[in-house]
Design a protein around this ligand. Sequence first.
Ligand code: ADP
Ligand code: AMP
Length: 216
Amino acid sequence: MLTRLMMLGPPGAGKGTQAQLLSNKLGIPQISTGDMLRAAKAAGTELGKKAAEYMSRGDLVPDEVVVGIVKDRLAEDDTADGFILDGFPRTLVQAEALADAQVSLDAVIDVVVPEELLIERITGRMSCASCKQVYHKTFNPPETEGVCDKCGHTEFNVRADDTREVVVSRLGSYRAKTEPLRTYYADQGLLKEVDGVGEVDEVQARVLALLSEGKG
Ligand code: ADP
Ligand code: AMP
C-alpha cells in the first residue's frame, strides 16, 4: 500500500473528505494546511492573523509561511509510517521546497470534478464545530439532522471563505498556481487521477483501488 500521499485538486473537489476517510482507514495522519492555518487564526497567533488576510480574499498564503508549518508537522513522530498531505503543496515553489527537504511522495491523488459542481459543493459545506468533521447541507448531511455523526455535537460552522465571491478567487488561484503541479507530478510518474463525481463512498473505493495498485 502506498502511504506517503498528497491530495491534489481544486477547492471543493473532496480532498479533505477523502483524506479524513483514508486517514482513519490507513491509520496515518491527514496534514491539512488549510486546517492548520484556520487553527492558527482561531488561536489568534501572529501567523494566524497574517494568513487570515490572504485567506479571506481567496489568495494563497505566502510560500515561506506554509512551507515552515508543513516541515515542522512532518518532523513529528506520527508521520513515520506515512501521511496524507491535503492542500499542500499548492505552488511549484512549495513542491520544490518539499523535494529539497528530502520528503518523497509515493502518489499524488488528483481529484477531478467539474467547476459547476465545485461551486455547489463549496457553498453547501459545513463542519462540526467540535470535531471538524466535514458535511454538505444537501449532498452529505449528518444522518440525524443537526447532530454530528462522529461526536454528537449539535453546532456546525460555515467557513468565512466559502462564499460565491471568494470561491471565484480561490478557483483563479488554483488554475494559475496549483494546476501546473499536475504536469510536475505526472512527469515524475506520481500523478493518479481519480474521478471525484459520485457518492463519497464510491470515490473512496476508487482511491483505495489506485493505492493498492502500487507505484507508477
Ligand atoms: P476540499 O477539501 O477539496 O476543499 P471537501 O472535502 O471539504 O473539499 O468537500 C467539499 C464539500 O463537498 C463538502 O461539503 C463535502 O461534504 C462535499 N463532498 C465531498 N465529497 C463529495 C462527494 N463525493 N459527493 C458530494 N459531496 C461531496
Ligand atoms: P483549504 O482549507 O485547503 O481550502 O485552504 C483554505 C485557504 O488557506 C486557501 O484558500 C489559502 O488561502 C490557504 N492555504 C491553504 N493551504 C495553502 C498552501 N499550501 N499554500 C498557500 N495557501 C494555502
